[in-house]
Design a protein around this ligand. Sequence first.
Ligand code: SF4
Length: 407
Amino acid sequence: MSSDAPIRSSEDLHRVPEPEPLPHGKRFATKAKTDVPSVVDLLGLDLQGLEDLLVDMGEKKFRAKQLQQWLHDKRVASVDDMSNLSKALRDKLKQQAALLHPTIEDVQQSVDGTRKYQLKTFDGHVIEAVYLPNVSGEGKHALCISSQVGCALGCTFCATASLKLTRHLLPGEIVGQLYTVMRDLEAEGLAPTSDVGKAKRSVTRLVYMGMGEPLHNYEGVVASIRQFTGEHGVGLAPHRITVSTSGMVPAIARLGVDTTVQIAISLNGSHDEGRAEVMPVNKRWNLDALLGALKAFPLKARRRITFEYVLLEGVNDSDDDARRVVRLLEPFRCRLNLIPYNAHPLSPFKRPSEERVHAFQRIVKAGGLDAFIRTTRGDDIDAACGMLGAKKLEAARQEQRGLPVVE
Ligand code: SF4
């Protein structure tokens, strides 16, 4: 997503231009157009980009392949670890480019194996990633990653929204979340293996559902998807990657052209007025616009759109809401994930009772929808994707502002 001015609030969405086309096969942009410090992002560069960089440095092009292996196959944490490159080249790389793996600030491990990572970017911002082993069966391990520092979308039920948007993450910072977590799992002896595909993998699925609205950082996210699905590195099939959006309509259409990843939509409301109350993005792109874009989305055979519906007591969880959801989603090949709200002390919203959640599910199922109540993982560590515990967020915000942290 390109924008000359930083986006800091949901009101700013009204002046956000539509995402610009991402050039196919060209080198990735190396300079963010947000207020991120200008750096050459090694992990965000494709082969052509690495070749251009090397030529700019007076080096031979062929070294780009070696670089790719170090960056994405071996996933080294430092340029100094690239042992078959000359010291002179390593020094040049360190001076002119950067490896933007975020570093681990804190890890919390749930009794169910979920690991929540608080990560720090190279310029000191806190983001999150959540590792979910055996997420939908044995051997299927997901990582939920962030796409922005904070978020501009202002969903009223979301703890991340209180941070506002600081900046988009660069492609290498998105890719680096996976690599940092993989290194940690290996170091801790926690890297389970998988038979999915030829390679043994500790992460078999990626979901862009952490901090930020992925389609607001369109260029960064698509560039990172190309790294995840490329010849080098983890080589994930596109259908093992899910991009979750609150409904940035113009970018939905582009995503269907530029990638073949799975798409998930945060629905969270059954009519415009109610949805706009909890998701201000609905004032810019209402349900008609959103569902229209989804009808035009080039959904592959045997794929389904996932709709996420956070159930908020007394807000969107009535029988009427359920019946309206059925009507809205009737035209789609889809699944509906019902997510009872993960309440936190600073939120005015409450989780509906179990009976209410099941009543809602009964109605939507009777209406023909494939509806699942999503089991909450990592309850004991507040690990819901996109919802770092409010207390942690407040602490992170205060730290970022240089304020003392009140426990
Ligand atoms: S739910 Fe997602 S889009 Fe909405 S404020 Fe939170 S992080 Fe942003």
